[in-house]
Design a protein around this ligand. Structure first.
Ligand code: SF4
Ligand code: SF4
Length: 379
């Protein structure tokens, strides 16, 4: 049954490119997004498909290194490489790119990417003090509305933003419900299955299809939980992964952890639980979007207490036995923040902690395996 649903996910994924093409042929648009901070609701309000574009594959990195420095985060190189080699269909479909000034590497890369396709960059404040940061951030969001209206030739009315918020809130609730099935002990899903489902549904042209499919998978998982059907036992070590985002192609650490006999039950990163927020539907919609998106706890924020709070909650709720903190090479913000994360995990929770720094290549897989095996022996 689970296999059938995963097959359905694959079929919708294959159909998806045709769906996007059909949507565009009707005179509609697709908007590429590079990060979690830009509100995708605004694309939906302009009848456009929001497409998440952060690169997760090694293949285009070599081409990117002809322009970008080699000692740069692989996510940035992969993202740029896809654009430069014209090998990402979602980049190709995007009429405009919306990005934000998160880390230094990304924002400087966007200046170069702008030569390939127009990139609108939102100036993201690096502090979440609403008194200081909210007014300029709200102004950035208002500016984005004007840019998207011009590009799509559609008026983005208050009503349309409200409807888009409601739709995206439903999508995030479905995502959270799905991610929460792994709170069960033992979990009905592997970490790799979760990565695959979250990654593929992220590109769906039809949001309703994605919501229905995620709910269908969650319903099935609840049945499996009732019947105690799981690939694991009560004794399988339960791992929480935190740090940089992972997707299909940049999932080697998840794979190795699970090959070594553990189960990654939770992802505290922007490809996982950081996407589970709800935008307040009772407030002025632009203010609600500005407030909610500004509060996303990525390490580019200083300080970043929100990440510590989320970790505390998740470590308890997912009954985890250990935490793996993943940093992509040359990512200073996650690398440095690992100090506070390790203190929280080891001193407050008394749990084993492992910090790994790697890239998208397979060259260090066996070294990682040795370190992960030693870490799992501590559990
Ligand atoms: S980790 Fe932060 S900067 Fe990197 S993609 Fe996620 S939200 Fe953006
Ligand atoms: S992983 Fe780090 S260096 Fe890479 S894009 Fe995200 S914040 Fe920037």
């Amino acid at each position: 049954m689970k296999e059938e649903l995963l097959k359905k996910l694959q079929q919708i994924t294959e159909q998806n490119l045709l769906d996007i093409e059909a949507h565009k042929e009707k005179g509609n648009h697709a908007i590429g997004f590079y990060c979690l901070y830009a509100p995708t609701e605004l694309a939906v309000a302009a009848d456009a498909i929001p497409l998440p574009l952060c690169g997760t594959r090694q293949a285009p990195i070599e081409a990117a290194e002809e322009v970008l420095p080699r000692n740069l985060c692989p996510l940035i190189k992969s993202s740029y490489g896809f654009a430069a080699t014209d090998t990402c269909p979602f980049f190709k479909f995007s009429d405009i790119i919306v990005a934000d000034t998160t880390c230094d590497g990304k924002k400087k890369m966007f200046e170069i990417m702008n030569d390939i396709k127009p990139v609108h960059v939102l100036q993201l404040p690096q502090n979440q003090d609403t008194l200081i940061s909210l007014p300029p951030w709200k102004a950035e969001i208002e500016k984005l509305i004007t840019v998207l209206e011009k590009r799509t030739d559609r008026p983005i009315t208050t009503e349309k933003i409200k409807n888009a918020i409601s739709l995206m809130n439903r999508e995030r609730r479905a995502k959270k419900r799905l991610m929460d099935v792994t709170k069960a002990k033992p979990s009905p899903l592997t970490g790799m299955e979760l990565v695959e489902i979250l990654f593929k549904t992220g590109f769906f042209a039809d949001k309703e299809k994605g919501i229905d499919l995620m709910n269908e998978i969650s319903d099935l998982c609840h049945k499996l939980i009732e019947g105690r059907e799981s690939p694991y036992t009560d004794k399988t070590p339960r791992i929480l992964m935190t740090g940089v985002p992972v997707g299909l192609g940049s999932d080697k650490v998840v794979k190795v952890i699970e090959q070594c006999g553990a189960n990654v039950v939770a992802f505290e990163n922007c490809s996982g639980y950081k996407q589970t927020f709800q935008v307040d539907e009772t407030k002025d919609p632009i203010m609600a979007l500005a407030e909610q998106y500004l509060s996303i706890p990525c390490s580019v924020m200083s300080p970043n207490q929100g990440r510590m709070d989320m970790l505390k909650e998740m470590i308890t709720e997912f009954s985890v036995d250990g935490v793996v903190d993943l940093t992509w090479q040359a990512c200073h913000t996650y690398n440095i923040e690992s100090f506070h994360v390790s203190k929280l995990v080891q001193d407050t929770f008394g749990l084993p902690f492992l910090h790994l720094e790697t890239d998208y290549s397979e060259s260090d897989t066996e070294q990682l395996r040795v370190r992960i095996q030693a870490f799992l022996e501590m559990i």
